[in-house]
Design a protein around this ligand. Structure first.
Ligand SMILES: [Zn+2]
Ligand SMILES: [Zn+2]
Length: 358
């Protein structure tokens, strides 16, 4: 049994790239995420007696992230020759560093057949959120955008771009077993925060590597830009899927390791239930487009209009995920005008009673 408070102190005291022992042959390594509000990602290193090192999630495409991985390997007496990578999902803070560290022959396990799937989705999303960002941007913020024949685009820093290299991925899905040193992790598909998200569950050790699906303090972002993709419904189902697993220790990709899976899942379910009610009430009050609904929703920071553009982007994606959920539940109606969506109450007002997240 791990003493979580004591582990927490050791993690807090550890420098970047300094392996923190969690359980036998399993280490938490803090990898810096420069210029990003998340600041740090936790990679997990698992050592096999045959010299194999499994690394779960690898950080940004940034020299500082790469240096931290190098430092951790060296201090564990390991080399890149026998490393295998597991990706919990496709986001750049988990995958970007592959552009720097991947070499031919290095196995990469993910719930993805190819990174092309991610690039395709991102290209389609851009066509939807580009015009919305332009609508949401202040005059000064429009300087952060470029205007091409394909419409307005947000400038994206190098670390946030999708992978350039094309490592061959080994596709893993629900129920697959991953042998990592003395551990056998069961793959649990948990789409929602990302369409390709997985958690890694070690039944005999009552251990869950949760990626970004469940974090101790942060509410994982859930966004969608397409009516056909009900990301919030997938996320809520993925929360219920892991809720009752026997787990003593959750190892998340950001923040601290923690216990109390049921409480955390219930908190997140309740958070989204309240959010759905709020978004529904805004539509009922007559707000009919994504910018207006996002602007009037309650966020941790007030004065939405003055937010940085990337924060507006995240909040609009989140708002739209809730709107799509409500549309799919039949609580509100959606119309499309060009690239833009509009929302309003159904003609039949008998639908106003909500029974959500039951
Ligand atoms: Zn993520
Ligand atoms: Zn992340």
């Amino acid at each position: 049994m791990v003493d979580i408070e004591e582990l927490d102190e050791r993690v807090a005291a550890a420098g970047f790239g300094e392996p923190v022992p969690v359980l036998d042959n399993l280490y938490l390594v803090r990898i810096p995420l420069p210029d990003n509000p998340l600041k740090v990602i936790n990679s997990y290193f698992i050592l096999g007696d045959d010299g194999t090192t499994t690394i779960v999630d690898v950080g940004f495409n940034h020299p500082d992230s790469e240096a931290a991985l190098n430092r951790a390997l060296a201090s564990l007496g390991r080399s890149w020759d026998k490393v295998q990578i597991v990706l919990t999902h496709s986001h750049p803070d988990h995958t970007g560093n592959l552009d720097r560290i991947w070499r031919p022959g290095m196995p990469v396990f993910a719930n993805l057949h190819s990174f092309q799937e991610v690039k395709n989705l991102m290209a389609m999303e851009e066509a939807v959120y580009g015009p919305l960002l332009l609508q949401a941007a202040t005059l000064e913020q429009q300087a952060d955008m470029t205007f091409t024949d394909d419409g307005p685009r947000l400038h994206v820093s190098a670390e946030l771009l999708p992978l350039e290299s094309y490592p061959v991925f080994t596709y893993v899905s629900d129920g697959d077993g991953l042998e990592c040193g003395p551990y056998t992790f069961e793959v649990i598909e948990t789409p929602g925060h990302d369409a390709w998200h997985i958690c890694l569950y070690e039944r005999s050790r009552r251990l869950l590597i949760s990626g970004d699906h469940i974090l101790e303090r942060i509410t994982p972002s859930v966004s969608s830009w397409f009516p056909a993709f009900n990301a919030l419904d997938a996320f809520l189902a993925s929360l219920r899927k892991v809720r009752d697993l026997p787990v003593d220790l959750i190892l998340p990709a950001h923040g601290r390791p923690f216990a109390g899976l049921v409480e955390r899942v219930d908190f997140l379910l309740e958070h989204h239930r309240e959010r759905l009610e709020e978004i529904y009430e805004l539509v009922r009050a007559g707000h009919d487009d994504i910018v207006s609904i996002s602007q009037h929703a309650t966020w941790r920071y007030p004065d939405w209009k003055s937010w940085p553009l990337d924060q507006k982007y995240f909040s609009m994606g989140e708002t739209l995920a809730h709107l799509i959920y409500l549309v799919r539940q039949g609580c509100i109606l959606q119309g499309v005008c060009g690239y833009e969506y509009y929302f309003r109450m159904p003609y039949d007002r008998r639908n106003t009673a909500l029974a959500l997240c039951s």
